[in-house]
Design a protein around this ligand. Sequence first.
Ligand code: GLN
Length: 296
Amino acid sequence: MTRRDALREGVRILAEDGAGATDSPSLDASLLLAAALATTKEGLLASLPEPVPEAAYAAYRELVERRRRGVPIAYILGRKAFWGYDFIVDPRVLIPRPDTELLVELGLSLGDGLGRPVSLHEACTGSGCVALSLALERPSWRVSASDLSLDALAVAQANAASLLSPTRPGGPVELFQADLLEPLEANPGKAGIGYDLVLANPPYVESPQAVDLSTQWGEPLLALDGGADGLAPYRRLIPQAFVSLAPGGWLLVEADPSQAEALAILFTEAGFSAIKSEHDLAGLARVTLGRKPWAT
Ligand code: GLN
C-alpha cells in the first residue's frame, strides 16, 4: 500500500459518520501516518507514492483507531507545540492551549519592563509549558514552578530536562509540589525578596462542565475543575500571590473570558493596582493582571 492510499484510508475512517472525534481528519491522518513512519508531516507529504511497510501500517491503524475513539492527537503523539517549543504531554497533564501563549507574551513584556533581574514563579504549571517557555526566552531569569499533582511535576521535569540548557545563567527551573501558592505565602521568594512575576493557569472550569470535559478528552479533572463557579482557586491564589510578590511585581492569571470581571474584583480586594484584562487571538479577555503597589 502506498502512503497516499494509507492516508486516504485514515481520513475515511476519521471522517466516518458518527466518529466525530476530530474536525480535521486529513491533518490528523497525516500526523498519525508520519508518526508511524517516524517522519515529519512534510517528509510524508513529499513521499506519498512510496510504500508503507507492514509494521508501520499496523502501527498507523492502531493510532487511527485511538483517534477515532476520541483520544486527543497530542496524547497519541505524546507531544504538543507551545510557544514554538516541543513539549512532552500525556494524560497526566492538560494539553497546552494556544490561548495560554498570551501568558508567556505578557510575562516577557512585563518582566522586561521591570528593568531588573527577574525572578518568577508559575503555580499550576502542568506540563511546565509557561514557566519553561519563559525560562527558554530569558535564560538569565530565575524561574520556579509548582503543581499540586506529582504526576504533572514528573512531566514538567521531563520537559525541563529535554528543553533547558543545564548551564542557563538563571540556574535550573526549580519544580516543587504546592497547593496553589501556599508554601510561598509563608516564605515569599524563598530569598525573602518576593517574586517579580507570579503566573498561573489554574483550573477554572465549573465543576459539572469540568467533569464532562475530563471524561470526554481524558484530561486530568484536577487541571480543569475550578469548583462550583470556576473561581475557587483564584479566591485563594490571588491573595497568596499578593504576599508572594515583591513591590512593583505583577500577577498574571489565565481565565475564562466570562470570569474577567469577577477576577478584577478579587484583584482589587487583594490590594492590586493597574488591573486589566488582555485579549487572546480570538479577541477574548483571557488573561487578567495586576501590580503589587510599591507602598502598601
Ligand atoms: N482552557 C481550558 C478549557 O477551556 C481550561 C483550562 C483550565 O481550566 N485552566 O478547556
